[in-house]
Write a protein that binds this ligand. Structure first.
Ligand code: FES
Length: 165
């Protein structure tokens, strides 16, 4: 009968290689991976917070606080169009009352209004609220208040919106 050889393995252990000892290079690589994942997780959490705390620059400062809404060639007589004043929609109308602008947010439930060239009204598509483009007053429908006016200045053929004006 042969004596048992401690180096000789039998059974399922025979197919399993002996565990390797961690090399310094492998440890360094794993540390790098861990550091990278921690850093990228922190960056993913911090980026939206920084974006919220530091708002993007708007074009309002470019022309002394005024924002170019278009030209009289873009917004011809008898029409109106919705433009952005920063993050707020504004409707600019060119009617017999002149070139005027109002908040484009309906005072009923907050839908964005548009200009109806048939009725010559500012119209809300949600519940058919109508506003007078001469003063923003409610003509018909459920809106409880007139549209808030936005100051406009026309220089040559350029139409500017004046935030807070
Ligand atoms: S949201 Fe404008 S009429 Fe209702």
């Amino acid at each position: 009968m042969a004596a048992l050889d401690p180096e000789r393995r039998v059974g399922p252990e025979a197919a399993t290689p002996a565990p390797e000892v961690d090399s310094p290079g492998r440890r360094r690589f794993l540390r790098f991976l861990l550091s990278f994942s921690v850093f990228s997780t922190l960056a993913m959490v911090a980026a939206p917070i920084v974006g919220f705390l530091i708002p993007p620059k708007t074009s309002a400062g470019a022309a002394g606080g005024k924002v170019l809404a278009g030209t009289t060639a873009d917004i011809v007589a008898g029409t109106g169009t919705v433009v952005a004043l920063g993050s707020k929609p504004v409707i600019v109308t060119n009617t017999e009352a002149g070139i005027l602008a109002y908040s484009a947010v309906c005072t009923h439930l907050g839908c964005i209004v548009g200009f109806d060239t048939t009725t010559k009204h500012i119209v809300c598509p949600c519940h058919d609220g109508h506003f007078n483009p001469a003063n923003g007053a409610v003509v018909s429908g459920p809106p409880p208040r007139p549209l808030a006016p936005v100051a406009v200045s026309v220089e040559k053929d350029q139409i500017f919106l004046v935030p807070g004006g």
